[in-house]
Design a protein around this ligand. Structure first.
Ligand code: SF4
Ligand code: SF4
Length: 484
């Protein structure tokens, strides 16, 4: 857990704000303008993004942060501000910190560390913001400026292994899982296997699921002759196995593939690499680019033979990140165009099916799961704008048993390894989600991201065991298996 000096951070932001106000008053244009980035030399920084692709066009980091007019509309939806009441932990505060750092008005990025590291990257602020300020991307750029961020030996080794020797990564993971299966999960923790893998979040995750797989989804799918591209004239879809469904929730991956096979015709397993989100969010931007390039090349090879097809992913975080691949390559025209084409083919399973694609349901099926509700995973609703599509399909299967979840877009506090790095805030964010679930007496909570699955189920087990979180694909597949 990271300890922060709250007062120092709040004072630094206050000081920067006072300087900003007086500078604004003295500026003929009303705004101090900085042509240079005092935080890092932008053009010579492969560890940073060359530009941010925002809803208002391509912007430098400074221009993106400067879009924030400090109106405060985002404050009511920002979980960290709502729970702490501290301006430093709001989207407005974070953007202001970043602007001051880039302008050189705030000198020490360490002053902003707490503001930056406590952000859930949920994107609720961007959805609420008229200027669509991309606070999560701005925060990540700030984190990349912190001393030593992404340089931890263990996480470097983990990303390196996943990138260059995925079989070794899988071997270590299986070893850790085997230890758990022997009934000695504490030994796995004591051996530091998950930390050795650079995935402290996995230690949390592993403790929150009943049964870890000893054969990963990619291994199973690779052996399925129906999913091979050879000999196929038309490919209607390609399944991309995100790390969550691949390494932890093989039932999710298998359910997705069963649904696709049944309702969307012939398809293939794309035999992908990790999407790169882990590297992107934990300071290894060049590695994230390499993961992206490899997935793009794989897609292009298949497209050259089979023509266009959608690439389906069943974790909203992974799908949202792949849709943003172009932002990784704004300084490289050739890769940028290829990334844009790949991103255009990516679909989240949450948006793929329409109600009419699936068979009618019986009354018995509609009551099978009790009171059903839907939690909007942040990277689905804020990251991809997916809200209506999964609800339409779920309602078809649940009829009157579907009840809308209050504050359904409130983050669950999972956010990758956030539950491990910021356990106190994460628990408070989760608590509000659990109270909302209990308020409608839901029994089944449908989610679209594996991080939410882990976090919400861990919370429900402890505080409201009458309910269970279920992945969207598993929910649809179970209805499918029951009656059709
Ligand atoms: S991030 Fe957007 S909503 Fe929030 S204060 Fe800035 S301009 Fe207003
Ligand atoms: S991304 Fe989420 S936690 Fe971070 S500033 Fe925006 S609303 Fe707040």
């Amino acid at each position: 857990m990271i300890k922060h000096d709250h007062k120092r951070a709040d004072d630094a932001l206050d000081k920067a704000r006072r300087e900003f106000t007086s500078a604004s008053a003295g500026s003929s244009a009303g705004h101090p303008v900085s042509a240079t980035n005092e935080l890092y030399p932008h053009e010579a920084a492969p560890g940073h993004l060359a530009a941010l692709l925002t809803d208002l066009g391509e912007k430098t980091l400074y221009d993106a942060a400067a879009q924030c007019n400090r109106c405060g509309y985002c404050e009511t939806v920002c979980p960290t501000y709502t729970l702490t009441g501290r301006e430093t932990l709001s989207a407005r505060g974070r953007n202001q910190f970043m602007r001051m750092l880039v302008e050189g008005r705030a000198k020490d990025p360490a002053d902003a560390e707490e503001a930056l590291s406590t952000c859930l990257l949920c994107g609720a602020c961007t959805s609420a913001c008229y200027a669509k300020v991309p606070t999560p991307d701005i925060v990540l750029e700030g984190r990349r400026s912190l001393d030593g961020y992404g340089e931890n030996f263990v996480s470097r080794a983990a990303v390196f292994t996943l990138l260059n020797t995925p079989w070794l990564f899988a071997f270590w993971l299986k070893l850790a899982y085997l230890v758990k299966r022997t009934g000695l999960p504490r030994l796995a923790g004591a051996m530091g296997l998950y930390h050795l893998l650079g995935m402290p979040g996995l230690a949390e995750a592993e403790g929150s699921i009943d049964k870890v797989p000893l054969r990963f989804a990619a291994e199973l799918l690779r052996k399925d002759p129906d999913l091979r591209p050879e000999g196929k004239v038309k490919v209607n879809w390609a399944y991309f196995a995100p790390c969550g469904p691949n390494f932890l929730f093989t039932d999710v991956a298998m359910a997705t593939v069963r649904l696709l096979k049944k309702y969307s015709g012939d398809g293939i397993f794309i035999e992908n690499q990790c999407c790169g989100l882990l590297a992107h969010n934990y300071g290894r931007l060049e590695d994230a680019r390499e993961f992206a390039r490899r997935n793009i090349v794989r897609y292009e090879e298949l497209k050259a033979v089979h023509g266009s097809f959608p690439v389906l992913a069943d974790c909203a975080s992974c799908a949202a990140f792949m849709k943003s691949y172009e932002q990784l390559f704004t300084a490289d025209d050739a890769w940028r165009a290829r990334a844009r084409a790949f991103a255009g083919a990516v679909r989240d399973i949450l948006e793929f099916f329409r109600p009419e694609d699936l068979p009618p349901t019986t009354k018995a099926q509609q009551t099978e799961h009790g009171v059903v509700t839907y939690h909007d995973s942040c990277r689905a609703c804020h990251g991809q704008g997916i809200r209506r599509e999964p609800r339409a399909v779920i309602r078809k299967f649940t009829g009157k048993r579907y009840v809308e979840l209050p504050e359904s877009e409130w983050c669950c506090g999972g956010a990758g390894a956030y539950a491990f790095t910021q356990p106190e805030i994460s628990a408070r964010v989760l608590d509000r989600k659990l109270r909302n679930i209990a308020s409608i007496q839901a029994e089944t909570v449908i989610v679209g991201a594996t991080s939410c699955l882990i976090q919400i189920n861990a919370g429900l087990r402890a505080a409201y065991p009458g309910a269970k979180a279920v992945h969207y694909s598993v929910f649809l597949d179970s209805n499918n298996a029951a009656g059709h």
